[in-house]
Design a protein around this ligand. Structure first.
Ligand SMILES: [Zn+2]
Length: 132
C-alpha cells in the first residue's frame, strides 16, 4: 500500500504549481475507508498564500466528508529531483488535528523511503483536547 501511495504522490507532484521556488511536492493521503486523496503544492506571487501539498490533500479529503486517516506519502524536491521532503510545522499541526499519534508519514528518498509516525514528528503537540 505504501508503494501505491508513493506512486500517487509522484503523479500529484506533476501538477505542482511552483514557479517561484521550483520545489515541487506531491502528497497522497490514505483514509481509513481506503480512499486516496492527492495534493500538490500551490504557490502564489504573494508568497504567504502558498499552500503545501499535504494540506491540499487533507483539505480535499475533509471537504468531501472524510475524517479518519491511516497514512500520507510525500514526494518532493527541486525541479524533478527526489529529496527527502519532510512536512513543515503547519502541516504537522493539521495532521495532529485529524490523525492519531500512530498516523504514518512516508517520505520518499532517492533510494527508497522512510516511515515516521506523527508522534515522532510532532510530540506533545498543541491541542484543545489537552484543555478538556
Ligand atoms: Zn507544509
Amino acid at each position: 500500500m505504501f508503494l501505491k501511495l508513493l506512486e500517487k504522490a509522484e503523479l500529484a507532484r506533476e501538477n505542482s504549481y511552483s514557479p517561484y521556488s521550483k520545489f515541487k511536492v506531491g502528497a497522497a493521503l490514505l483514509s481509513k475507508n481506503g480512499e486516496i486523496f492527492t495534493g500538490c503544492n500551490i504557490e502564489s506571487s504573494s508568497y504567504s498564500l502558498t499552500c503545501c501539498a499535504e494540506r491540499v490533500a487533507f483539505f480535499k479529503a475533509i471537504s468531501e466528508g472524510n475524517n479518519g486517516f491511516e497514512a500520507i506519502a510525500i514526494v518532493g524536491g527541486f525541479n524533478d529531483t527526489n529529496e527527502p521532503c519532510m512536512p513543515c510545522g503547519s502541516c504537522r499541526q493539521v495532521m495532529a488535528e485529524f490523525c492519531t499519534p500512530d498516523f504514518k508519514i512516508i517520505i520518499k528518498k532517492n533510494d527508497g523511503f522512510d516511515i515516521y509516525t506523527l508522534f515522532e514528528l510532532l510530540p506533545n503537540s498543541f491541542s484543545l483536547k489537552n484543555n478538556e
